[in-house]
Design a protein around this ligand. Structure first.
Ligand code: NDP
Length: 267
């Protein structure tokens, strides 16, 4: 049986084992999937031991996505653009291929599960941390007409916009936001501590979709968006879709995410 893990610290709370075990059962792929907690200063050693024991691939979560980026000897374009790796595949010669499936997961959740077009739309991305950086290229590739990045520390948003090197992208602070957006994506961690973002109701265009990457709770951002008449989604679909994308990287088979997402929502 091929072995896969999710590596993080802490990692016991991760939903990835549930998701990947369901994918494996559904597709008939013979694999095991468990959690692996690496010491904060011992990511590379934990991966080396896992590979030596025959491990075939890993998802990587907080706080190791940048360590995984440095450890991978080959990387996909979307990993390069994200500056972070959330999926490692052990190649036949034992080397590590690094990919980042977070952005593809977000785009698929929005376009497929939420039936919302990105092409031609004005998109507002809130936050300039690792999660925000990872979704910029996939949103541009999906055809966003404009991508504004707003962050509490405005310089970080400006830096991300410069890095993107695309005329459609602008970065700045919340105070500089102007006009209405069709798609507003919250990639900040503010919702985890119930903090409200300084957003005017006018950023939500009529019929806008407001997407919070945080899942499992109703955040102040979701409440602001609802009050402004926007449709609201949490990040559970992104979590399941990024996992499906990782499953494709490892196994070459795309699982059906709908029943897995429905089961997670129920639990
Ligand atoms: P980082 O720590 O790298 O970045 C956090 C970001 O949130 C920064 O831009 C920070 O701004 C901003 N922020 C934090 N608190 C506040 C606040 N009170 N007001 C305004 N801005 C704030 O985190 P990540 O980018 O790695 O993750 C962000 C979120 O995305 C997390 O909540 C995570 O759970 C979620 N996520 C969900 C995924 C999914 O599959 N659904 C996948 C990946 C992430 P500043 O720069 O000014 O500090």
């Amino acid at each position: 049986m091929d072995r896969y893990v999710v590596i993080g610290n802490p990692v016991a709370h991760s939903k990835s084992p549930q998701i990947h075990r369901r994918f494996a059962a559904q597709t008939g792929e013979s694999l095991s999937y468990d959690t692996l907690e690496a010491p904060l200063d011992g990511f590379a050693a934990s991966v080396a031991a896992f590979v030596a024991a025959g491990g075939r691939g890993a998802n990587v979560t907080v706080p190791f996505k940048e360590d995984a980026f440095r450890l991978a000897t080959q990387r996909s374009a979307r990993a390069e653009s994200a500056g972070a790796v959330n999926t490692l595949r052990v190649e036949d010669d034992g080397s590590l291929y690094g990919d980042n499936t977070d952005g593809a997961g977000l785009v698929r959740d929005i376009e497929h599960n939420l039936a919302t077009a990105i092409r031609g739309r004005r998109v507002l991305l809130l936050g300039a941390g690792g999660a925000a950086r990872g979704v910029i290229l996939p949103l541009l590739d999906a055809g966003a007409a404009e991508l504004c990045i707003a962050n509490r520390t405005a310089e970080k948003a400006v830096q991300l916009a410069t890095l993107a090197d695309d005329a459609r992208v602008q970065g700045g602070g919340y105070a500089e936001l102007a006009g209405a957006f069709d798609l507003i994506i919250n990639a900040t961690s503010a919702g985890l501590s119930d903090q409200t973002l300084p957003l005017s109701a006018t950023v939500f265009a009529p019929g806008a979709l407001a997407y919070d990457m945080v899942y499992g709770r109703s955040t102040p951002f979701m409440q602001q968006a609802q009050a402004a008449g926007a449709r609201v989604a949490d990040g559970l679909g992104m979590l399941v879709e990024q996992a499906a994308e990782a499953f494709v990287v490892w196994r070459g088979v795309r699982p059906d995410t709908a029943p897995v997402l429905a089961a997670l929502r129920q639990s």
